[in-house]
Ligand binder design. Structure first.
Ligand code: ATP
Ligand code: MG
Ligand code: MG
Ligand code: MG
Length: 589
């Protein structure tokens, strides 16, 4: 069957226990109407094609058709990761809070982390990611430098209590991630595995038929890039990516999001309470003065402002820099200012941030600001993408937050010169389907994961981490591959390769026999085939097969059979062809 011309892809080799299926015995679950709750195409089509059903906000059931797609994606991911030398394991979804306290993230992670207690009052979290657990395993199991490097991965459920779950599985609260973690004796070894994973990701997303771009992502500190995101280009994307038309330069401009409620032109003084924090010199002091828990406070923000005629400054934008934790903290209200805010010249700000003079705008403040993340009035903040000598400033505002202005904020604009001096920049919307990250010794240091060096002294292992949003990938693929009739799967993801639509099988023995024969023959060839034997109106059956997006549809009816033929239709091209009954098997295979 390797000669099948439509099925050169590995998906064809997928070892389903049940390759074939009859719609009469299946849970097709298609919907005729557009569900009102779906704001983007992929969400709408995933519901209509019977792939998913919401069971609670951001929490979904994968119906049988969706499950088949999910398994296809997982198989490709496994193949490419195994090929890159990664080894599969499986870690618990429920994790002891103690590990998170060790790493320091129990305090820092914020409200996306779901915390719970067991009957003995022991504290746990639902894993939003698994650095802590893998580091706990590594420090126990890896004793010798000879065991390094090692790269371990799992495909697992994650839970993040996202502030605004939306777009179906694109931003769910419970979702499936492939997460890999590598351990190394030194940075050179980490860099090599990072590159291998970057390449594996490129192969995975290529095999999944996606139009994607690897882009530089925030690496938590200014300068140099030790993180890339893989972005699927699609208008429904929540990220904006910027890339040069003349070089490989590409980055996420995820940046200071709107200051919506905090920035109020009419009452800028109320946007923060300088008085309350006067004289405080640490985050802890400021937090105490404000009656906030230190974990509700962010550090290391750069504030940008605009001088007004009366000599005071309007706060117009925040530009965060600092550590990776900030990336995970995206909402809050300005509660106070930590340091006495100093006016800084452009070059001072540039020196402070490592940014290129000019990229920061005309004037700025230097100082630190307090964010109260428990406030009900939310502004969204996000880290930005950095490039050596260049720090992007942009608004990635939240459309759902009313009352804020973007007019004064500097955007990276279409046509701006690229920071690498080559070509001009273009902006596109992107869906982040994966990210690779050099962690360094962040976790091995805080959690004590060491191996013995040649001199007998312990060395903190270098770490990398690598994630793919397995469930999000499917939504992203649909955003790129659909028409007004439904999904047009890339062959590698299609839940079935061939559909047989039998016209009035209950009335015609000839149709029934021809359909059953073809069904059996396709199965024998290992083709995943869905036989629509519902005896519905033909229009209903066609519409369903097109909605589900099965690449090859074969229709068997009396009229064709009388002329010795069946009808073949390609979902991708829409082209129809009469094919003689004895040639159809060879035709699709
Ligand atoms: P985002 O910026 O979209 O919130 P993230 O940067 O927080 O994503 P990572 O921690 O990098 O996510 O996790 C790895 C991958 O998991 C992401 O690249 C994305 O594909 C996927 N992912 C993250 N959050 C979600 C979610 N809420 N729903 C579905 N997939 C998600
Ligand atoms: Mg996130
Ligand atoms: Mg992100
Ligand atoms: Mg990410």
């Amino acid at each position: 069957f390797l000669s099948c011309r439509f099925f050169t892809n590995a998906a064809f080799l997928y070892d389903f226990k049940e390759q074939k299926m009859r719609t009469s015995k299946y849970l097709l679950s298609t919907l005729k109407e557009n569900p009102v709750e779906a704001a983007v195409v992929s969400h709408r089509l995933m519901l209509r094609a019977g792939l998913i059903r919401q069971i609670a906000s951001g929490i979904y059931v994968w119906l049988p058709t969706g499950m088949r797609v999910l398994q296809k994606v997982e198989k490709i991911i496994r193949e490419e990761l195994n090929r890159a030398g990664a080894i599969e394991l499986f870690m618990p979804f429920v994790q002891p809070a103690d590990l998170w306290k060790e790493s320091g993230r129990y305090e820092k992670y914020g409200p996306e982390l779901c915390r719970l207690k067991d009957r003995k009052k022991n504290e746990f979290v639902l894993g939003p990611t698994h650095e802590e657990v893998i580091t706990a395993i590594a420090r126990r199991e890896i004793k010798s430098a000879r065991q390094l490097p090692i790269n371990l991965y799992q495909i697992q459920t994650k839970f993040r209590d996202e502030i605004r779950p939306r777009f179906g599985v694109m931003r769910g609260r419970e979702f499936i991630m492939k997460d890999a973690y590598s351990f190394h004796i030194d940075h050179a070894s980490l860099e090599k595995t990072y590159k291998d994973m970057y390449d594996a990701y490129s192969r995975i997303f290529t095999r999944l038929g996606l139009d994607f771009r690897p882009v530089e992502a925030d690496n938590g500190s200014i300068g140099g890039s030790s993180s890339h995101e893989f972005q699927v280009l699609a208008d429904a994307g929540e990220d904006t990516i910027v890339f040069s038309d003349k070089s490989d330069y590409a980055a996420n401009i995820e940046m200071a999001e709107a200051l919506a409620p905090a920035y109020d032109r009419k009452a800028p003084a109320e946007a923060y309470s300088e008085k309350e924090t006067k004289g405080c010199h640490t985050v802890d002091e400021a937090a105490a003065a404000l009656g906030l828990d230190a974990k509700q406070v962010l550090k290391s923000l750069i504030v940008r402002g605009e001088k007004k005629e009366d000599g005071t400054y309007d706060l117009i934008m925040l530009c965060l820099c600092g550590n990776q934790e900030l990336n995970e903290v995206k909402a809050g209200k300005i509660a106070g200012i930590l340091d006495p805010i100093e006016f800084a010249t452009e070059s001072e700000i540039a020196a402070f941030t490592g940014a290129t003079p000019g990229s920061l705008g005309p004037v700025g403040f230097k100082g630190r600001i307090i964010i109260d993340r428990t406030a009900d009035k939310m502004a969204n903040f996000a880290c930005g993408a950095n490039h050596t000598g260049y720090h992007f400033i942009n608004v990635n505002w939240d459309r759902d937050v009313p009352n804020y202005e973007v007019a004064d904020l500097r955007n990276v604009e279409e046509g701006e010169p690229s920071p690498d001096g080559q070509g001009t920049l273009h902006l596109r919307k992107g869906i982040e389907v994966g990210q690779v990250f050099m962690l360094g010794t962040k976790y091995s240091e805080s959690m004590g994961a060491t191996v013995l060096g040649e001199d007998g002294k312990p060395i903190n292992m270098q770490m990398g981490c690598y994630g793919i949003g397995v469930t999000r990938v499917i939504a992203a693929a649909i955003e790129q591959h659909h028409d007004d009739k439904g999904i047009i799967w890339p062959d590698s993801m299609a839940p079935f390769q061939v559909a047989i639509v039998a016209i009035k099988p209950n009335k015609s023995q000839a149709v029934r026999e021809a359909a059953e024969k073809l069904y059996a023959e396709l199965e024998a060839k290992g083709v995943e085939v869905l036989y629509d034997d519902r005896d519905e109106r033909p229009g209903v059956m066609f519409a369903d097969m097109e909605l589900i997006g099965i690449p090859h549809v074969i229709t068997i009816g009396d009229r064709g059979l009388a002329a010795g033929s069946v009808e073949y239709k390609s979902r991708k091209t829409g082209q129809k062809e009469e094919v003689s009954v004895d040639k159809i098997l060879d035709f699709v295979c």
